[in-house]
Write a protein that binds this ligand. Structure first.
Ligand code: HEM
Length: 535
C-alpha cells in the first residue's frame, strides 16, 4: 500500500508524493509531523474545553446542597496577579464556595468549623490526592506530597528529630550566627548606599541557615561568593514558582510532554537541583564513614542518613525528597514572614519602637553591646520573654500568611458542618490570606495591624489553629512552628536592636508575587538607620 499526500500550498514538484519519497524530503516529513501534532493538539484542547463547558453547566444548574459555584479556573487565571485578594472579595460574600476546574470542583472555605472538620475530625477522608501529581516532579515523595504510610513514616521520624535537644541547640547557634552576620551585612550595605533590599538579604540569610541546619553545609549566599549555592538557589526558586503555575495552567502536562515553555525550564532546573542534592548526600555518607558519629550528626541530613542505616525504606532518592521538602518548608516561609513583618514595622513606627523596648527589657541590654554579644544573649529563656515581638510576628502571619492557601482532596462523598455536600474527588482549600481579613472572624478592625489583639496583660494568647490557620492544623500541623518562631525572633530582635527601619519611599505599597508562599514582588527597599545609644 502506498500513501499519497496532496497539498496545493506546496511547490508543484512536491504536491503529489508517495510515502516512500517523503524520506528523501526530510523537511517535508517534519512539516507533516508538525501539522499532525497541531491537529492532535487542537482536538485535545477543544475536547477539554467542550467537556469543561458541559461540566460547568451541570454543576452550576444542579445545586443539591453543594457550595455555590462562583467561578472557574479561568477567573483565577484572569485574576492571577492578585489571586489572594480576589479570594478576599469572594470570601466576604460567601464563607464557603466552589470554583470549577476541568478536572474537578474546588471548594474554598473561610469557615473554621469546616476547616477543623476536614483537617482533623475527618482527617482520613481528605488526602493530598491531585497535589501529588502536580508537585511530585519537585517535591518527590517528601512529607508535603504523600499520605498514608509514607507520611506517617516521615512525620514520626521528623517529629522525633525536631523534639531533640541536639537539633534545638544546634539550630539556635546557627540562627544567632546568621543573625549577627546579617546585621554586619546590613551595616556594610547601608554605608555604601542609602537603601537595601531587605527581602533579598532575609531570603539569603534564611537559605544559609536552613542549609547549615539541614545539611551541615556553609552555603554563604549572603556574601554572594558561593556560585554553586547561588545557582542551586535560583533553580530551586524558579521551580517552586513553575510548580505553582501548574495549578492554573490546564495544559501543563502537554507542555511537559513536549518539553516547551516553563516546563522545559523546570526540567533544566530539576537537573541542577538533583545533581546538587545527590552530591551532598554522597558527601555526607563519606564524611560519616570517616568521622566520629557525634561530630557529624547535628544537622537534619546526617540524622536521616543515620536513620537510613537502620531503615531500608530510606534510600538516596527518598533522602533527596525528605531533605528538599525541609528546605522548601523552612527557606521561604520564615524569610517571607520576616519581610512582611519589617514592612509592617516601617508602616507602623510606634509598634517598631514598642518592640525595641520589649527586646531591651528581655535582654537587659540597653546599648553598647557588640553584635556578637547581643546575638549570643538570645537564649530560649530570653526569647520567651518577648511577648510583644511574638504577638507582632503572629499578627504578621494573620495578615500575610506565608502559605496563603492550602488544601486537600476528598476520598469519599461527605457533608461539611455547614451542611454543604462534598463529592468524592472534590478539592477543598482553606483561605488563610482571606481569613485574616474577614470581619466575621477578627472583628471590625480585621484589616488593621494590631499586635495587641494577641495579648492579655502583656502575655501572648494563642488563637484556635483552625481560625489562625497560617501553620496548618490538625495532625499535619507545621512541624517547624517553634523552630520558625525561634529563628524569626532571633533575626528580628538582632536587626531591630541595631537599626531603625524606614521605607525608602514612605508611600510605597508592597505587592506579592502569586505562588505557594507569599513572596514580596520586587523586594523590600528600606533605609536602615543605625540606632545610637541615645535612641
Ligand atoms: C513562618 C514559618 C512557617 C510557616 C508559616 C509554615 C506553615 C506551614 C504550613 C501551612 C504547612 C502545611 C503545608 C501542607 O499542607 O503540606 C506546613 C507544614 C510543614 N512545615 Fe511549616 N511553616 C513554617 C516554617 C517551617 C519550618 C522552618 C520548618 C522546618 C524546617 C517547617 C516544617 C514543616 C513540615 C515538615 C511540614 C509538613 C507537615 C506534615 O505534612 O505533616 N515549617 N508548614
Amino acid at each position: 500500500m502506498s500513501w499519497s499526500f496532496q497539498n496545493h500550498h506546496l511547490p508543484s514538484a512536491m504536491a503529489s508524493l508517495h510515502f516512500s519519497e517523503l524520506i528523501t524530503y526530510p523537511a517535508l516529513s517534519t512539516f507533516y509531523l508538525f501539522s499532525l501534532a497541531l491537529v492532535l493538539l487542537f482536538i485535545y484542547v477543544s475536547g477539554t474545553l467542550i467537556s469543561f463547558l458541559v461540566f460547568y453547566l451541570r454543576e452550576s444548574l444542579l445545586s443539591n446542597h453543594r457550595p455555590p459555584v462562583i467561578g472557574t479556573v479561568f477567573h483565577q487565571l484572569i485574576n492571577f496577579k492578585t489571586l489572594f485578594d480576589y479570594f478576599v472579595k469572594l470570601a466576604r460574600k460567601h464563607k464557603t464556595f466552589r470554583m470549577l476546574k476541568p478536572t474537578h470542583c474546588e471548594i474554598y472555605t473561610a469557615d473554621p468549623a469546616n476547616i477543623e472538620y476536614f483537617l482533623k475530625t475527618k482527617f482520613s477522608n481528605y488526602t493530598k490526592g491531585f497535589n501529588y501529581v502536580v508537585m511530585n516532579d519537585l517535591f518527590g515523595d517528601g512529607i508535603f506530597t504523600v499520605d498514608g504510610e509514607k507520611w506517617q513514616h516521615q512525620r514520626k521520624l521528623a517529629s522525633y528529630e525536631f523534639s531533640t535537644k541536639v537539633l534545638r541547640d544546634f539550630s539556635s547557634v546557627v540562627f544567632r550566627q546568621k543573625a549577627a552576620k546579617l546585621v554586619n551585612k546590613v551595616a556594610e550595605m547601608a554605608r555604601a548606599a542609602a537603601a537595601v533590599d531587605l527581602q533579598d538579604l532575609l531570603m539569603k540569610s534564611t537559605m544559609d541557615s536552613i542549609f547549615k541546619v539541614g545539611f551541615g553545609v556553609e552555603l554563604d549566599t549572603l556574601s554572594g561568593t558561593d556560585v554553586i549555592g547561588v545557582s542551586f538557589s535560583r533553580a530551586f526558586d524558579e521551580s517552586n514558582y513553575i510548580i505553582f503555575c501548574r495549578y492554573v495552567d490546564v495544559f501543563w502536562k502537554v507542555k511537559r510532554s513536549l518539553n516547551v515553555g516553563l516546563e522545559a525550564q523546570l526540567k533544566r532546573n530539576l537537573k541542577v537541583i538533583d545533581e546538587f542534592v545527590f552530591q551532598l548526600i554522597q558527601l555526607k555518607r563519606e564524611q560519616m564513614g570517616i568521622r566520629d558519629e557525634d561530630e557529624t550528626k547535628e544537622d537534619i541530613l546526617s540524622r536521616f542518613v543515620l536513620a537510613s542505616q537502620k531503615d531500608a525504606m530510606i534510600n538516596d532518592r527518598y533522602l533527596r525528597d525528605i531533605i528538599l521538602n525541609f528546605l522548601i518548608a523552612g527557606k521561604d516561609t520564615s524569610a517571607n514572614t520576616l519581610s512582611w513583618f519589617f514592612y509592617m514595622m516601617c508602616k507602623n513606627p510606634l509598634v517598631q519602637e514598642k518592640i525595641v523596648s520589649d527586646i531591651k527589657e528581655a535582654t537587659e541590654f540597653d546599648c553598647g553591646a557588640s553584635v556578637d554579644e547581643f546575638a549570643c544573649s538570645l537564649s530560649e529563656e530570653v526569647l520567651n520573654k518577648m511577648h510583644y515581638l511574638h504577638a507582632a510576628l503572629a499578627e504578621t502571619l494573620r495578615l500575610f500568611p506565608a502559605v496563603p492557601l492550602d488544601g486537600k482532596f476528598a476520598k469519599e462523598d461527605d457533608e461539611l458542618p455547614d451542611g454543604f455536600k462534598v463529592k468524592k474527588g472534590d478539592g477543598i482549600t482553606y483561605l488563610a490570606y482571606a481569613m485574616g481579613r474577614m470581619t466575621y472572624l477578627w472583628g471590625e478592625d480585621a484589616d488593621e495591624f494590631r499586635p495587641e489583639r494577641w495579648l492579655q496583660n502583656g502575655v501572648f494568647q494563642p488563637e484556635s489553629s483552625f481560625k489562625f490557620v497560617s501553620f496548618n492544623a490538625g495532625p499535619r500541623i507545621c512541624l517547624g512552628k517553634d523552630f520558625a518562631y525561634r529563628q524569626m525572633k532571633i533575626l528580628a530582635a538582632t536587626l531591630l536592636h541595631f537599626f531603625k527601619f524606614k521605607l525608602e519611599d514612605k508611600f510605597w505599597v508592597a505587592k506579592y508575587k502569586t505562588m505557594f508562599t507569599l513572596h514580596m514582588d520586587k523586594g523590600l527597599p528600606v533605609v536602615p538607620v543605625p540606632r545610637l545609644c541615645k535612641d
